[in-house]
Design a protein around this ligand. Structure first.
Ligand code: PRF
Ligand code: ZN
Length: 378
């Protein structure tokens, strides 16, 4: 907001505006506040790939996400703690949210053995055996010095049976109670994770369980795990508004620019996704004219900018022809310039969404984005 804001208390979520289900707010962490709706840059291994913290700030990044699973395997949270914590280690002094490892254990590791106690798995790096429990996940995230710590959950694959979903939600709930008990660091904020697959009844059941613990924020997990995405789009407007009004709502691992607009409209405040950074390195760029692939022949002699409507460093200084050349040559600068553009684009979508909400023109902004993004979205 342009006007001066009163200083918020740690964990405070101040709602400024609503338009239908969409919200504009500020959330306070131990490393300062951030404005919502927000998109968090994914910095899995204590780096947002190809980007310095100064470049992240220039792109409009407010929050960086780190991963318990990866940092535990390498370099280890004890080393990071010795080096002064994750903020100092990676030279990012803004808010950091860490994911709990539950989801990554299921999607990345080798052999897994689930039990009530936790998950035994073998590292995707060297096959070595590890064990993560709710208590262990909290210990790791506290050692990292994370501002927002995610509860340890189970993220089911799609599709799953009713019995599997029920068993999994109950386990995730017991793990939440243990996460809550084990998270003892004053400066960190614990978020609970709602699971429950793709049925509203299951989601309501999980939401009831998760919100029975009073926490500074709540997340929706278990979406974007291979289901047809329209199922998520249809379910979100029914479930997000049932989450506590005065707490941030975080949709984990989502999504495309289209997903973001649809989810903000459903009442979601926070997002993260590897998509903008990952596809940038493969030469896929998100623009106000839709998604494009820089390797295409049609850009060979194109002297224009990537996106004429973008004012990022890449678009202000380089041509499509040059970016295509860098990509085809496998040059590292190509990855860097593409990542700068994609992150700047995502952050600009969010900044424009916040401004539209402030200025009571969310619906027209939303509809403009929907027509622009729908053409090229998956
Ligand atoms: N749980 C956790 N992290 C996640 C997810 C989840 O369900 C997802 C699902 N899209 C992404 N990241 N802990
Ligand atoms: Zn740009």
């Amino acid at each position: 907001m342009s006007t001066a804001q009163p200083v918020l208390k740690l964990g405070e979520f101040k709602l400024h505006k609503k338009s239908g289900k969409a919200r504009r707010a500020t959330f306070m962490t131990a490393h300062g506040s951030f404005e919502t709706p927000t998109f968090m840059a994914v910095g899995t291994k204590a780096t947002v790939k190809a980007m310095t913290p100064e470049e992240l700030k220039d792109c409009g990044t407010q929050v960086v996400l780190g991963n318990t699973y990866h940092l535990h395997l390498r370099p280890g949270e004890k080393l990071i703690k010795k080096m002064g914590g994750l903020h100092k280690f990676m030279n990012w002094n803004g808010p950091i949210l860490t994911d709990s490892g539950g989801f990554q254990v299921f999607s990345l590791s080798g052999l897994r053995k689930m039990s009530e106690e936790g998950v035994e798995f073998s590292s995707h790096l060297d096959g070595a055996k590890y064990f993560i429990s709710p208590e262990k996940s909290m210990e790791i995230q506290m050692d990292l010095g994370s501002d927002i710590i995610m509860a340890f959950d189970e993220c089911l694959q799609y599709p799953a049976t009713n019995d599997e979903i029920k068993r999994s939600m109950d386990l995730t709930h017991r793990w939440l109670l243990r996460s809550h008990k084990a998270m003892t660091r004053d400066q960190s904020l614990l978020f609970g994770i709602v699971q429950g697959g793709l049925s509203l009844e299951h989601r309501k059941y999980s939401l009831q369980q998760v919100t029975s613990v009073d926490l500074p924020g709540y997340a929706l997990g278990g979406f974007s795990v291979g289901e047809p995405i329209h199922l998520m789009h249809e379910l979100l407007p029914d479930i997000a508004p049932l989450m506590p009004e005065n707490k941030p709502r975080y949709l984990m691992g989502v999504g495309t620019p289209l997903d973001l607009i649809i989810s903000i409209d459903a009442g979601v405040d926070m997002f993260d996704c590897v998509l903008p950074t990952r596809v940038a390195r493969n030469g896929t760029l998100y623009t106000w004219q839709g998604r494009m692939s820089i390797k295409r022949q049609e850009y060979k002699e194109d002297a224009g900018p990537l996106d004429p409507e973008c004012d990022c460093y890449t678009c202000k200084n380089y041509s499509r022809a040059y970016l295509r050349h860098l990509f085809l040559s496998g040059e590292i600068l190509g990855s860097r310039l593409n990542t700068i553009h994609n992150l700047h684009f995502y952050m600009t979508v969010m900044a424009k969404a916040r401004k539209a909400l402030e200025e009571d023109r969310w619906e027209s902004f939303r509809d403009d984005c929907l027509t622009r993004f729908v053409r090229s979205d998956k």
